[in-house]
Design a protein around this ligand. Structure first.
Ligand SMILES: *Cc1c(COP(=O)(O)O)cnc(C)c1O
Length: 512
C-alpha cells in the first residue's frame, strides 16, 4: 500500500524523544533524575535487600509489558526504582564476594555514556572513523603488554565466551586448512573435523566445551586434562592425553591454557604447554578472561612470559579491569588468521573498496553491528593509568591471601583446598563431627542461601571433587579483611544454627 500522506505521530509530545540538537536538554533532565536514583542505590548499606518467593512472583507480574500505556519518564523511573533498582545486587558492595563482577571505574562509565549517546558502531570505517584507531590503539597496547609479535592483532568482543569461540574457530579452520587442505569457511563440514580434539584442564571454563559444540565438534572433542594440587594443568597428563587420543585415531588440534581459572585463579604452566603443543603442531590458546589483566602487575606478570608462544588470547576487561559489561578482547599473534572470520559484503565493506588507511574492523569480528567498548578502556587508561589498575589487582590478590591465612587458623570449622593464586578463595564450613559428603553439601548450600536471601552477603558456591564448597571472589579493592572476617562469622553462625537443628543426633554435646 502506498500512503498519500505521512501519518502524524500518535502523540506529538513524543516527537522530541529521539536525541538530536533540539531534544538534548531532555537528556540532561533525565540524567539528573537518574543520578538521584543511582545515588540512593549506591548509598545503601546492604548489597541486596534480600528476597522471598512471593515477592519474586509479584515482580514478575509487574514487569509485564502487556497493556502498558506510555507514561512520563519520571513515572517510569519511579516504577523502575521499585521493581529493579531497589532490588538489584550491588556489585560494588563489600558484602558481594560471589562472582566475577567488578566495581566499575568512573572514567569508564563516563566513556560508556559518550559511546552510547553518540552510538558509534565500530564495524566499517565510514561509521566509526577515528573510533577505529582508538580500538586499534587499545588492542596494540594490550598486545604489547603480552609481548606478542608485531604481526599480532585483535578485536573487541562481547565477552570471554565469544573470544574463546573465535579461538576455537581459528584453531579448527587453520588445522583443517594446513593439514588437510580443507576450506571449512567455504565448503563447510568435513569428516576429519569429527576427529579433532581440544585439550584443556579439568578446571577450564565451560565455554570451551560449549563453543566446541557450537562449532560442530561436539562436547566430546574437548579432552579434560588432570590438574595438580595447585589446580594447574599437569603437563605430564597433557602428554599422556594427547598420545591416547592419537592412538585412538583422533587429531589433537589445540590446547587451551587457562591463566586464572574461574574457581581457583590457578595458572596453567603456559611455557611447558606451548612446547608440548608445538611438537604436535597444535594451536595454543590462552584463556585469560579472569587472570589476563594481571599481566600488568608485578606480582603475576611472570606467568605470562611464555605468551610469545601462544596463537591467541582471551582477556576480559569487564572482569578484572573495572569496566562495565561488556568489555572483552580477543587477540591473535598472527593477524592473517582473521581471514577465517572475514567476509566482504557488497553493501558494507566491498572487497574492491579495501583501503589500508581506512580499515573496516568488521573484517576481524564475528559480529556486524558492534559496540565501541574500547573507548572505556582507553579513557580509563588515559585517566587512571595502567599502574593504578595493577595496584587494585594486587590489592585484591593480597586480600585473598589474608583470608586464606585467616582460614588456616580456624581449621576446626573451615576447610581450604588451595592457596589463592589470584583473588578467589575456595573453602567450606566443616565443623568437627560432620564428615558425610551429603551433609556437608546441604550444610554449605544452606549457608550460602541463608546469607544471600537475607541480604547479608553474597558468596558463591562451586564443586571440587564432586562436593560443594563456598567461594569468595574478591574484585573490590575497597574491601577489607575486617569485613571479610565478618562474612566468615556470618557463615559460621548460619552453619552452627543449621548443624544444631539438623545434625543434633550425630554430634556429641562436646562438639556443639
Ligand atoms: C568468565 C570466564 C569466561 C567467560 O567470559 P564471559 O565474559 O563471561 O563470556 C571464560 N573463561 C574464563 C576463565 C572465565 O573466568
Amino acid at each position: 500500500m502506498i500512503l498519500d500522506e505521512i501519518p502524524a505521530l500518535v502523540d506529538p509530545s513524543l516527537e522530541d524523544q529521539l536525541l538530536h540538537d533540539e531534544s538534548y536538554q531532555k537528556l540532561e533532565a533525565y540524567t539528573a533524575e537518574i543520578h538521584k536514583v543511582l545515588q540512593a542505590f549506591f548509598s545503601k548499606d546492604s548489597f541486596y535487600k534480600g528476597d522471598d518467593i512471593e515477592e519474586i512472583r509479584s515482580h514478575k507480574l509487574q514487569a509485564s509489558l502487556e497493556n502498558s500505556e506510555p507514561a512520563s519518564f519520571t513515572e517510569v523511573l519511579g516504577f523502575l526504582n521499585d521493581l529493579y533498582i531497589k532490588n538489584t545486587i550491588g556489585f560494588h558492595h563489600p558484602r558481594y564476594v560471589a562472582h566475577l563482577n567488578c566495581p566499575v571505574a568512573i572514567p569508564a562509565i563516563a566513556a560508556e555514556s559518550i559511546a552510547t549517546a553518540i552510538n558509534t558502531a565500530v564495524e566499517t570505517w565510514d561509521q566509526s572513523t577515528s573510533a577505529t584507531f582508538i580500538e586499534q590503539e587499545v588492542i596494540q597496547w594490550i598486545c604489547k603488554e603480552f609481548r606478542l609479535p608485531s604481526r599480532a592483532d585483535g578485536v573487541f568482543t562481547s565477552g570471554g565466551t565469544q573470544s574463546n569461540f573465535m579461538a576455537l574457530l581459528m584453531a579448527r579452520d587453520n588445522y583443517a586448512y594446513q593439514h588437510f587442505g580443507l576450506n571449512l569457511k567455504q565448503n563447510g563440514w568435513s569428516d576429519e573435523v569429527s576427529r579433532f580434539r581440544i585439550f584443556c584442564s579439568d578446571k577450564a571454563h565451560f565455554s570451551v566445551k560449549k563453543n566446541a559444540a557450537l562449532l560442530g565438534m561436539g562436547y566430546d572433542s574437548v579432552v579434560p586434562v588432570k590438574t595438580d594440587k595447585e589446580m594447574r594443568m599437569d603437563a605430564k597428563e597433557l602428554v599422556l592425553a594427547i598420545e591416547k587420543e592419537k592412538q585412538q585415531g583422533n587429531i589433537p588440534i589445540a590446547v587451551v591454557a587457562t591463566l586464572g581459572t574461574t574457581d581457583f585463579g590457578s595458572f596453567d604452566p603456559l611455557e611447558t604447554i606451548a612446547i608440548i603443543a608445538k611438537e604436535h603442531d597444535m594451536w595454543v590458546h590462552m584463556d585469560g578472561a579472569y587472570g589476563g589483566c594481571y599481566v600488568l602487575t608485578e606480582t603475576h606478570k611472570k606467568y605470562f612470559e611464555a605468551c610469545t608462544y601462544v596463537d591467541s588470547i582471551t582477556i576480559d576487561f569487564h572482569k578484572s579491569f573495572f569496566q562495565p559489561v561488556s568489555c572483552s578482547a580477543f587477540l591473535v599473534s598472527n593477524k592473517q588468521h582473521f581471514q577465517y572470520v572475514s567476509y566482504y559484503a557488497d553493501y558494507l565493506n566491498a572487497f574492491e573498496d579495501k583501503d589500508t588507511e581506512r580499515p573496516n574492523l568488521i573484517e576481524k569480528s564475528i559480529q556486524t553491528t558492534r559496540r565501541f567498548d574500547a573507548l572505556k578502556v582507553w579513557v580509563t587508561l588515559k585517566t587512571l593509568g595502567a599502574k593504578t589498575i595493577a595496584g587494585y589487582l594486587e590489592k585484591v590478590h593480597f586480600m585473598a591471601n589474608e583470608v586464606y591465612q585467616y582460614l588456616q587458623q580456624k581449621k576446626e570449622v573451615f576447610e581450604t583446598i588451595h592457596e589463592p593464586a589470584l583473588s578467589t578463595v575456595v573453602f567450606r564450613y566443616k565443623p568437627q563431627g560432620i564428615d558425610g559428603a551429603n551433609e556437608l553439601d546441604n550444610l554449605n548450600m544452606h549457608i550460602k542461601n541463608t546469607l544471600y536471601r537475607g541480604g547479608l552477603a553474597s558468596v558463591a558456591s562451586t564443586k571440587f571433587n564432586g562436593e560443594i564448597y563456598l567461594k569468595f571472589t574478591l574484585l573490590n579493592p575497597k574491601n577489607t579483611l575486617e569485613n571479610l572476617v565478618e562474612i566468615l562469622d556470618l557463615i559460621e553462625a548460619a552453619g552452627t544454627a543449621y548443624t544444631k537443628n539438623n545434625f543434633a543426633n550425630t554430634l556429641t554435646d562436646a562438639t556443639l
